[in-house]
Design a protein around this ligand. Structure first.
Ligand code: PMP
Length: 365
C-alpha cells in the first residue's frame, strides 16, 4: 500500500512510521558515536552500557528485574527479537496462541519457527473472550503472544486480563511472549502493565521492546528481549546467527535517549493522543465506525456501509480515487471480520493528518 501510495501521490496513513523528525539529542549522539569510531561489531547481545540502561528502565517503568549480564539481549528491532524468541523456544509442531486481530509478523514468525498458530478472536470491543482463550490451551501449547498496547487495534490489556493470561500460562506451563513496543504510547491515563511483573510470570515471559516508536527512529533497528537467563541464553544463540549484533553507533544513540526525563514520555503520549482524537473525528465524519484506541498509533476502522467492496479493493480505491492510503484489515485477521476493516496510522505530522482529512471529506459512498 505504501508503494501504491507513492505512485498515486496519496497521503500515506498505511505504514506505521513517523513523518516528523526524531529528537535532535539522539541524532547528535548517533553522529558523535560514528565520529568517535563506535563503528565495529558490538558485544553480540548488546553494549554493556545500553543493557545496564535497559535494566534500569525495566525496573522503573515495567517493574521487571533483569540482570543486564544475563537477561537482556539487544537486537535489530523488536522484529528480530520476536523471531529470535520464537526460534529459541519452539519445537516443530508446538502450538502458539495468538489473539486476533494480530500484528502481521506473528503468523510468519510461527511458520518460520515451526509453530502452529491458534488464533483466539477478541470480542468486538477487543476485550478477551475468556471461554475462547481457555479452550485454546492444550498439551501442545508452548507459547502465547500478547501485544499491549496493540497494533492494529490500540487495545491496552487490563490487569484483570493479564491475570487471567498469567494463571493459564502458569497452569499449562506456557511461555508468554509479550510485545510491548508501544509501551510509552498509552492514552486517557491508562496504565501500561508488563505481564513479566507478575510473580508467576517472571521466569516464563519474554518481554520484547525497542526504540523505533519511543524515539521515532523506525529505521535504526534497535530493539531488545528481556527474559530469565536460560531463555535469554537460547535467544542470544539464535540472535548471534541471525544478525551477530545490532548497529553499534545507534545503540550508543539509544543509550543517550534513555536518559531523557519523564516529561519526554509524557509529551510523546500527549502528542499522539491529540492526533488520535483528530483522526478518530476525521474517520467518523467520513463514515467509518471506529473503536477509540487506548494506546499505540493506529485506528482499526470498520469500512463505511454500502461500499460493495472488500477491504483490499476498498483500500486500492481509497488510494487511487480519494488519495489516502490505509492497510486492508485482512492483514490482521485470519478470519472474516478483517475483510470489512482498514487500519489507519496517526503517527504523522498535523499537516499530513489535515491533508488526509481534506481528502477524506470527498469520500462519497
Ligand atoms: N511489534 C509491533 C506490534 C509493531 O507494530 C512493530 C512495528 N510496526 C514491531 C513489533 C517491530 O518493531 P521494530 O521496528 O522494533 O522491529
Amino acid at each position: 500500500m505504501s508503494r501504491l501510495a507513492v505512485t498515486c501521490h496519496a497521503v500515506n496513513l498505511a505504514q506505521g512510521f513517523p513523518d516528523f523528525p526524531a529528537p535532535d539529542e539522539i541524532k547528535r549522539a548517533a553522529t558523535s558515536a560514528i565520529m568517535e569510531d563506535y563503528n565495529q561489531y558490538s558485544i553480540t547481545w548488546g553494549g554493556k552500557d545500553l543493557r545496564n540502561a535497559i535494566s534500569q528502565k525495566a525496573i522503573k517503568y515495567n517493574h521487571i528485574e533483569a540482570d543486564p549480564e544475563t537477561d537482556i539481549t539487544v537486537t535489530c528491532g523488536a522484529t528480530e527479537a520476536l523471531m529470535a524468541a520464537m526460534l529459541a523456544i519452539i519445537n516443530g509442531g508446538d502450538e502458539v496462541i495468538i489473539f486476533e486481530p494480530f500484528y502481521e509478523s506473528y503468523g510468519p514468525d510461527s511458520a518460520v519457527s515451526g509453530a502452529i498458530p491458534r488464533f483466539v478472536p477478541l470480542n468486538d470491543d477487543f476485550s478477551i473472550n475468556e471461554e475462547a482463550l481457555v479452550s485454546a490451551f492444550n498439551k501442545k501449547t508452548r507459547a502465547l503472544i500478547i501485544n499491549t498496547p496493540s497494533n492494529p487495534c490500540g487495545k491496552v490489556f487490563t490487569k484483570y486480563e493479564l491475570n487471567l493470561i498469567a494463571d493459564l500460562c502458569a497452569e499449562h506451563d506456557v511461555i508468554a511472549v509479550s510485545d510491548e513496543i508501544y509501551e510509552y504510547i498509552v492514552f486517557d491515563n491508562k496504565k501500561h502493565i508488563s505481564i513479566a511483573s507478575f510473580d508467576e510470570m517472571r521466569d516464563r515471559t519474554i518481554t520484547l521492546g525497542g526504540f523505533s516508536k519511543t524515539f521515532s527512529v523506525t529505521g535504526w533497528r534497535i530493539g531488545f528481549a528481556i527474559a530469565e537467563k536460560t531463555l535469554s541464553s537460547a535467544i542470544r544463540k539464535v540472535h548471534d546467527f541471525l544478525t551477530v549484533g545490532a548497529p553499534t553507533p545507534l545503540q550508543r544513540a539509544c543509550l543517550a535517549g534513555l536518559s531523557f526525563p519523564d516529561s519526554y514520555y509524557k509529551e510523546l503520549a500527549g502528542m499522539y493522543e491529540k492526533r488520535r482524537d483528530f483522526l478518530y473525528d476525521t474517520l467518523t465524519k467520513a463514515g467509518f465506525r471506529c473503536h477509540m484506541p487506548e494506546g499505540a498509533y493506529y485506528i482499526l476502522a470498520d469500512m463505511p456501509e454500502g461500499t460493495g467492496m472488500d477491504d483490499m479493493t476498498f483500500a486500492r480505491y481509497l488510494i487511487s480515487e480519494v488519495g489516502v492510503a490505509a492497510v486492508p484489515g485482512s492483514s490482521f485477521y485470519h478470519s472474516e471480520p478483517g475483510k470489512h476493516k482498514l487500519r489507519f496510522t496517526f503517527s504523522k505530522k498535523d499537516e499530513t493528518l489535515q491533508e488526509a482529512a481534506r481528502k477524506l471529506e470527498k469520500l462519497n459512498i
